[in-house]
Design a protein around this ligand. Structure first.
Ligand code: V55
Ligand code: FE
Length: 522
């Protein structure tokens, strides 16, 4: 063991970051899927032959832990709830299916007056309830309706497994192929498995990445394949904090691809169309919804907010992938959108059209600034700038109070080996103004889920508050800790670590809801 590594061990021990954890993003999901695959299918060395080696491939534990053990001190100005959601298959995934098809399992760290209670519940989607009743899979393949059991015709296909936000007194669990599911913010009970905003939702689908307007608090969202499976219609719409629909329009995309996220400024909406394209032929053969088509260009599309969508301009660019937006802004003539960009398919489990092998290097993503000139008379290309060449990671975040206005700070999880080539996954803060980078290294044998920022208070300056995320201790059977860092001093290590006694359910995205937005506890 090198001295470095020894030191890291000691430091993380002293910080109370005892033990180890999971990975960040797609790569982590993929390796877990691969592990699970090996355990599940008799073609691989079978688990029956080595029963002691068997690790459960499903999680499914709905948990309640009151007054979690804490090392360090929960800051007195950190009160609210940290919600997470991720796929947790009810039954083993069918061969050929992908980890994105597990049922949504929501967890919550309820933090108040120095105490932390943990709770997790499956979302009782229509799909979950039907499968639970039948005690078997009825929706066997990711976003492929052709294989559904005849008994589920007309039910929502939503797994509600991707992201989670608060709206009015509800927690909305999101999957981009369906309307949200609405949960109780405190009990996590499912209130409405298909929530259509009192019949105002102008789309059959709802993105997993709505934005909260920095001035009005409106929820700005969209739905793709908005008028039905495979349609090239994208609905864009906006609800007030009270739930009133105040704007909606419909546009068409150049081709139907995974439109996972978008960008919103005070004046514009931006879409980025990537060649993760709908593949009907593959679905008819029993496969998933998407394949990566390297022959297709990307399109950066900009339209005016509150308009009729007819002004949309599409800027064509090279084949690339970008699934998540860190932040966006415009300065009159130019619009800028910061994304996690890779040269090719970032998801190892998404099929490559034409049969190329998946390329792990081309699948790595970096924070990249896309921009386009809006004053040109004919749209030409858009510009691509890699902002932090040395940092590879997925699932970028910002201070979410800055969703629709210019922002300075971005956050990212970087899996091991971290940017300094050392052991240990990291959380990184980027200062876009100085391009200075600070980081927290979680140490060896730990993986980090996506991070989430919580402001010190409603009026705190941008980036002043806490960065938190779940650390999986791989050398403790995957036991989980919630790591809480001062977002302005990541390099000082956690101010508090919340210890769970077990593995936590997996996470794609998480969301912070401050105390003042939560209902008073009964
Ligand atoms: C993502 C996750 C999904 C999905 C599509 O990163 C895209 C993104 C967990 O499900 O269905
Ligand atoms: Fe996402």
């Amino acid at each position: 063991m090198t001295e470095d590594r020894d030191q890291l061990d000691r430091r993380s021990f002293m910080r109370g970051a005892l033990g180890a954890a999971v990975g960040v993003g797609a790569a982590a999901l993929a390796s877990r899927a691969a592990d699970a695959q090996e355990d599940r299918y008799p073609s691989a060395p079978s688990s029956e032959e080595r029963p002691s080696a068997r690790r459960p491939s499903l999680y499914r534990l709905e948990a309640d832990v009151r007054d979690c053990e804490v090392t360090g001190e929960i800051p007195s100005d950190l009160n609210g709830a940290f919600y997470r959601v991720g796929p947790d298959p009810q039954y083993p995934l069918r061969p050929g299916n992908i980890p994105f098809d597990g049922e949504g399992h929501v967890s919550m760290f309820r933090i108040k007056n120095g105490r932390v209670d943990y709770k997790s519940r499956f979302v009782r989607t229509e799909r979950y309830v039907a499968q639970d009743k039948a005690r078997r899979i009825l929706f066997p393949m990711y976003r492929n309706p052709y294989l559904d059991d005849p008994s589920v015709k007309g039910l929502s296909r939503s797994t509600a497994n991707t992201h989670i936000i608060n709206h009015r007194n509800l927690l909305l669990a999101l999957k981009e192929d369906s309307p949200p599911a609405a949960l109780d913010l405190l009990t996590l009970e499912t209130i409405a498995p298909v929530y259509t905003f009192d019949d105002q939702l102008p789309s059959k689908t709802f993105t997993a990445h709505p934005k909260v307007d920095s001035e009005t608090g409106n929820i700005v969202a969209f739905g793709y394949e908005a008028t039905g499976h495979g349609s090239d219609d994208v609905a864009i719409f906006e609800f007030t904090p009270g739930g009133k629909l105040v704007w909606s329009t419909m546009i068409k995309v150049p081709y139907v691809g995974m439109l996972h996220d978008f960008a919103v400024t005070q004046r514009h909406i931006v879409f980025y169309v990537i060649p993760m394209t709908i593949d009907e032929e593959q679905m008819r053969r029993g496969g998933i919804h998407w394949s990566w088509d390297k022959t297709k260009p990307t399109y950066f599309g900009v339209l005016r907010r509150f308009g009729d969508g007819k002004d949309i301009q599409w800027f064509e660019g090279p084949t690339r992938s970008a699934t998540h937006v860190m932040g966006a802004f415009d300065d009159g003539n130019r619009i800028y959108v910061d994304v996690e960009m890779s040269m090719s398919n970032p998801f190892p489990f998404m099929p490559m059209k034409g049969g190329d092998p998946w390329d792990p290097v081309a699948g790595q993503s970096r924070i990249t600034r896309l921009s386009a000139n809006l004053s040109g008379r004919t749209p030409r290309g858009y510009q691509i700038e890699t902002m932090y060449q040395d940092y590879i990671g997925a699932l970028p975040r910002q201070d979410d109070r800055y969703n629709t206005v210019p922002y300075r700070y971005g956050f990212l999880g970087c899996p091991e080996p971290n940017p300094q080539g050392r052991p240990g996954a990291c959380y990184v803060r980027f200062d876009h103004q100085t391009r200075k980078v600070t980081l927290y290294n979680a140490g060896p044998d730990t993986s980090l889920a996506e991070c989430c920022f919580a402001p010190r208070g409603p009026d705190a300056p941008e980036g002043s508050g806490y960065l938190m995320g779940v650390a999986t201790r791989n050398d403790e059977g995957g036991r989980a800790d919630l790591v809480i860092l001062d977002a302005e001093h990541l390099d000082e290590g956690p101010v508090a670590v919340v210890h769970l006694p077990m593995r936590a359910v997996g996470q794609v995205h998480g969301w912070w809801v401050p105390e003042e937005k939560l209902p008073a506890a009964v």
